[in-house]
Design a binder for this molecule. Sequence first.
Ligand code: SAH
Length: 304
Amino acid sequence: MAANNPLLQSKWKYLLLAVLLILLFLLSLFTLSPSMRSEFAFASQQKADEVNQPPADSNEKAKQKQEEPEQKEPNRPEHKHRAFMERSRERERMVTGQIKARRVSDPNVLNAMLAVPRHAFVRPGDLARAYADHPLPIGLGQTISQPYIVGYMTEALKLRPDFKVLEIGTGSGYQAAVCAEIAREVYTIEIIEELAKSARERLKELGYPNVFVKAADGYFGWPQKGPFDAIIVTCVAGFVPPPLVEQLKPDGIMVTPLGSPFGPQRLVLITKDQKGEVRSKSLLSVRFVPMRGAITEGQEQLKK
Ligand code: SAH
């Protein structure tokens, strides 16, 4: 029998010894240090030349970061300021009686207007009229738009949570705040430095980390931050500044009043398709304060 063959018997002994030695080697590895243990476990899954790479886990995270920069948590308004708690009944009445009643129905817009404390955007003397159905003066000859117009224009933009919005005419900052409740980021430009400064401070105080205010002529847009998914213009001109059309993304939407500062004005919806083709549609009659700055030179030239 094979077991009685002395040659085979010694072969079995050597095999047993080799197995014992391997077991001993493995055991010594596992009893050394925890870090070596994990390295061994790691090495057993990796090719030899990959052993000194950083752990697979951190490698994966770095890769994900590069591939999905848009995935990072956006800065959202938190509504911690006491103004959000004040005058909520007045806001509800405004939304029901002025906005919903006139067929603005996008729930994002209605919720945004229920949230933003409009009374924090008017002058102290106008607190009692903050939610009334008309525009209000904000100083320096400018106005905060009628709530319905804010709701109507915001709905027309079809804002989504991942949108980057550009506004021309910050004024009080109210329209920017309404957009910032829905969109990811709002870039807003105001030509009157004093208004830009007070709007910036107000929005910071209220906790809108996703609104960025710049004192400049909005005619030129904000090319460094563009292109934009949506553009809203809240002062009237005879034509749309070409840089704004350029800074609109394909499939983007712009809402702007067009017309004469003292005569008839129409709110116009401008869309750009995937091929870059631009179309416009007249929406309704409006009344806005005039756009100033470079546009007036263009308008003068048009008159000649
Ligand atoms: N959206 C504002 C109201 C806008 S009133 C709000 O929610 O309160 C229009 C504003 O446009 C005014 O403050 C005016 O100073 C500003 N404006 C006029 N011409 C401008 C221009 N070329 N660039 C930027 N802002 C301009």
